[in-house]
Design a protein around this ligand. Structure first.
Ligand SMILES: [Mn+2]
Length: 234
């Protein structure tokens, strides 16, 4: 109960930043209690992007995106839906240049939110994987909240862009995520020739792999799933 109250207090601070009072915002360290509600609110402002993000791992599946990059919104919607997550992202970036900073920084901010919501990773399954098809396309995503950032991305797109969105930016999104969620992430498209389908299978599989990895394993009884006894600073 404390965690839930505390979380909504954190969200209130995010709302307050939208009215211009940035001093009210605090980056919350979220609960690591496996039986509690795990969530995070992150605000990240640079000269290139301003991002406010809310993440809920338990109980409230929903999505709300306002990033200025509709294709990314569509992909993130897959993550929320198929990962059974609550994700809200409001972003303003230097789109007059291109979408690079906005897409990369949203990956960074989402990674930070996962790191906060998971805390020391006690009690979670840690590993997650998924195969997802969409018509002719089939992709596999495997994740490990190992404490070590590593992205292995072998996905290739037949075309470089869709409706002006550069598919190469998806690599930047996942690199940013890995760097800040401190996870190992393997992305493979096994087959497929439609770029939209390939991207969508990756993001759907990413969502489902996340869901598996962050799920609480009752058998662990809150233990950290590592023989090292820690998944931080490793
Ligand atoms: Mn689609």
């Amino acid at each position: 109960m404390f965690a839930r109250i505390w979380y909504y207090s954190a969200l209130k601070r995010v709302e307050n930043t939208r009215t211009g009072n940035g001093k009210l915002f605090m980056n919350p360290q979220l609960t690591e209690n496996p039986s509690g509600t795990r969530a995070a609110a992150v605000r990240r402002h640079t000269r290139e992007t301003q991002i406010e993000l809310k993440l809920e791992l338990d109980g409230n599946i929903h999505s709300l995106f306002d990033t200025g990059v509709p294709f990314l919104d569509h992909m993130l919607d897959q993550v929320a839906r198929h990962g059974q997550l609550g994700i809200e992202i409001k972003a303003r970036g230097d789109l007059q240049i291109d979408a690079h900073h906005t897409v990369e920084d949203i990956g960074i901010t989402l990674g930070q939110a996962f790191a906060k919501a998971l805390g020391d990773c006690s009690g979670i399954q840690r590993y997650g994987y998924s195969y997802v098809p969409l018509d002719e396309a089939l992709s596999r995503v495997v994740i490990d909240f190992s404490g070590r950032p590593m992205l292995i991305d072998s996905v290739e797109f037949p075309l470089t862009t869709t409706a002006g969105f550069d598919y190469a930016l998806l690599h930047e999104f996942f690199q940013g995520f890995c760097n800040h969620a401190h996870c190992t992430l393997h992305l493979d498209c096994i087959r497929g020739h439609n770029g939209h389908h390939i991207a969508e299978t990756i993001f759907k599989a990413f969502g489902r792999a996340l869901r598996m990895a962050v799920a609480v394993d009752p058998a662990l009884a809150g233990a950290i799933p590592s023989t090292k006894g820690t998944l931080q600073d490793v």
